[in-house]
Design a protein around this ligand. Sequence first.
Ligand SMILES: C[C@H](O)[C@H](C)C(=O)SCCNC(=O)CCNC(=O)[C@H](O)C(C)(C)COP(=O)([O-])OP(=O)([O-])OC[C@H]1O[C@@H](n2cnc3c(N)ncnc32)[C@H](O)[C@@H]1OP(=O)([O-])[O-]
Length: 716
Amino acid sequence: MAQFTLVSGSVGLITLQNPPVNALSAATRQGIVDMMNKALNDPEVKSVVVCGQNRIFCGGADIKEFGTKISGPPLIPTIHTIEATNKPVVAAIEGSALGGGLELALGCHYRIAHSKARLGLPEVTLGLLPAIGGSQRLPRLIGVPAAIELITTGRHITAAEALQLGLVDHVTRSSTVDEAIKFAQSVEGKSLDSRRISNYPCPHLPDLDAVFEGVMQEVRQKAHGAIAPIACVQAVRAAATLPYLEGMEIERQLMETLFTSSQARALQYTFFAQRAVSRWSMPSGARWDTSMPKPVHKAAVIGLGTMGRGITVALAQAGLSVVAVETQEKQLKEAKLVVSGILERAAQRRGMAPTLAKITYSHDIRAVADVDLVIEAVFEDEALKEKVFQQLSAVCKPGTFLCTNTSSLDVDHLASLTHNPELVVGMHFFAPAHVMKLLEVVYGSKSSPEALATVMQLGKRMGKVSVAVGNCWGFVGNRMLKPYMEQAFYLLEEGATPELVDQALVEFGFPMGVFRMSDLSGTDVYWKIRKEAEPVGASGQEARVRKGLRYSPLGDLLCEQGRFGQKTGQGWYQYDKPGSRVARPDPWVHNFLEEYRARHGLVARRIDHAEVLERCLYSLINEGFRILEEGIAAGPEDIDMIYVFGYGWPKHRGGPMFYASMVGLAKILERLEHYHRAHPDVPFMQPCSLLRKLVTCGSPPVHKWKDVIKKIHSQL
Ligand SMILES: C[C@H](O)[C@H](C)C(=O)SCCNC(=O)CCNC(=O)[C@H](O)C(C)(C)COP(=O)([O-])OP(=O)([O-])OC[C@H]1O[C@@H](n2cnc3c(N)ncnc32)[C@H](O)[C@@H]1OP(=O)([O-])[O-]
C-alpha cells in the first residue's frame, strides 16, 4: 500500500499505492508509517520524496472506512515525525492532493506540484473538518482569511492558485517526481527550522474577535443548518488564538462530534450516491456497463428561450459544435447576445478564450440536418412540440438522437411522432441550464440503451449529475413536488401563512420555502399546468373538491389577481417593485386567506413547524416510494440526487429517501397513516405499499431497499 525505493543514491522515494485515488485506508496508513520509519532510520537516505502511484498524490482519508470500526494506525504521530526529522521531506503532488492527502503534504517540509494538480481540504463537504492537523497548519501557512475560505467551502484549487497562496513552493509542467527528487537532493543537510509549519505563528490579524464574528455570521447564513462549516471556523479560530498542540486538541474534539453526526453520514452517502447514479440501469436489464454510447461531436438546440440559451451555453462549454435554431428573428438576435455574453464572462473568469466560434445560429430548422443529437427546448406547448418532433424526424440524418427538454409532456408520445422512437430521450434541464447541476434523463418505453448511454455521457461531459428515470407525469422531481406543494396550500387553508410554511422549510435547510420559490419562478407557471390537469368543471372556480378529491384553488385565485410573484412585485409576498428580490409578508395575502376561509367555513387553527415538515416532506417521500415501486427510478440514490442537485434539498440531510431512513420508516408510516385518517380525501397521504413492505421487513438501511424492491417485482 506504500512502496519504498532508494533513488539517486540518497533519496528515499515513498509511493502511495491504493488505486484509484491512493486513499488513506488502514493498510495505506500502515504502509506510510512503515516506509517512513524505514526511510528515516536508513543512514543511506538523506532526503525523502512522497508521491502517489498513477499520477495522483492522494484523495484523502478512505471515505468507505468512515461508517465502519476504524482500524490501522492514526497518521498524526507520523506527520509529527516527518515534520520533526532533519532529513528534508518533499511532497511531489500530481493529480489531486485532497483532505488527508494535503494534510500529509503540509507535514512535509516542501511541496512541489504539477501544473495540472488540484489541491483542497474538502472535508466540510463530507460533514467533517481537516482533522490531521490541516485546520491548524493551513492558517499558519497561508493566513486566516484564505484558510477559512478554503476549509469552509472545501473548494479544490489549481496549482497556480496554490502557488499564489504559498501553499506550494514550486509548480512544474514536467515530471513532478523527478523535480522533487532533484530538489530534495539540493536541500540535503540544510536546516529545516523555517520549514516546520506547526512552529509558525499564525499570521497576525488586527481585531481577531470582530473578524471571526463576521466570518461566523456569514458561514452560518450560507450553511443552512449544516454544522461542519461552523466547526471548521471554530477550529481555525483555535489555530489563530492557541499554541499548536492546544489547537490540535480542539481540532480533535470538534472532529469527534462531527464524525458520528447524522449530517456526516448524509453527506458521505451523497458522495457515493452522486457516483452511483452514473451506473444506470433500465427495467429491460440494459445497463451502463453493457451499453455503448455513440460519439456526439455536433449538437443542435431548437428554441432559444431561457432554457434553450442555457443549454446552448452548456453544450458549447462542453466543447461541442452547436447549431442554435430559433424561428423568431427578434428572439434569435437577443439569444445571440445573451449566449455570447455568458460565454465571454465565463471565459474571462477562467482566463481562457470564449468558445463562440463553435456556435452557429439559424432561424431554419433544416440547419440541423447533419448534427448527431438535437435538444428541443421550445415553449412548453404540446402542439408546438409535436410539430417540432415531426419536422426533426424528417430533416435529421439517420441515427440522430432526438431529445426533448419537456418538463411535463409524455416522452413516449413525442417519440411516437418520429420514424425512430428508439432514438428519442427526454433531457430535463433545470434553470439556469448552464448552472444547475441536475439533468433528469428520461427514457421512454422505446428508447434504446444506446440512446440512453449517449445522453448520459453527454450529461457527464456537460458536468451534470445525470440521473436516468422512466417516463411518467412530472418524471421524478416534479411528480414528487406535486404532493409537497398541495400540502403547502392545504396548510394555508387550515390556518398557516406563507411565511410560517416557508420558515419551517428554511429551518429544515432548503434555501427557500415553497411560497418564496413559487414567487421566484412565477406563480403562473404551475397555474397553467394545473388548469390543464384540473379543469374547473361545473362546480366553479372556488370548488375545493375535484374529481372526488380534495383540491385547493388558492394558487389559482392568487393568479387571477395578476399576482405572478417576484416579476410582478406581488405574489405570496410583496416586493418593493417588480423584479425585486426582497420578499416581505403581505397583509393583503393574510386578508385574502381569511376571506377565503370565511367563505368556505374553515376555522383557522395553530399550525406548528413540525406539522408543516411532516405533511410537506412525508407526502413527497411517500410519492418517492411509489416511484421506486413502479421502477421509474432505479434506486433511492437516484431520487435523492435529483432532490439534492435540482430542488435544493439540503445536502446534509442526504435527499428525501435517505432522510426517511434517518427519521425511521416506521415513524414515517405512522405519521402518514395519521394524516391520511384526518384527510381521507388526499390520496398522496395514503402510505404506499412499498413503504409498508419495508417496515414489515424491519426497515432495512437505504442501500438494501433495492433488494426488497427486486423481490416485490419478481413476485409480480
Ligand atoms: C482525515 C482527513 O482530515 C479527512 C477526514 C479526509 O481526508 S476526508 C476525505 C477527503 N477527500 C475527499 O473528499 C476527496 C474525495 N474524492 C474526490 O473528490 C475525487 O474522487 C477525486 C479524488 C478528485 C478524483 O475524481 P475522479 O472524478 O477522477 O474520480 P471519482 O469518480 O470521483 O472517484 C473514483 C473512485 O474512487 C472513489 N473515491 C474517491 N475518493 C475516495 C476516497 N477519499 N475514499 C474512498 N473512495 C474514494 C470513488 O468513490 C470512485 O469509486 P467508484 O465510484 O469508481 O467505485
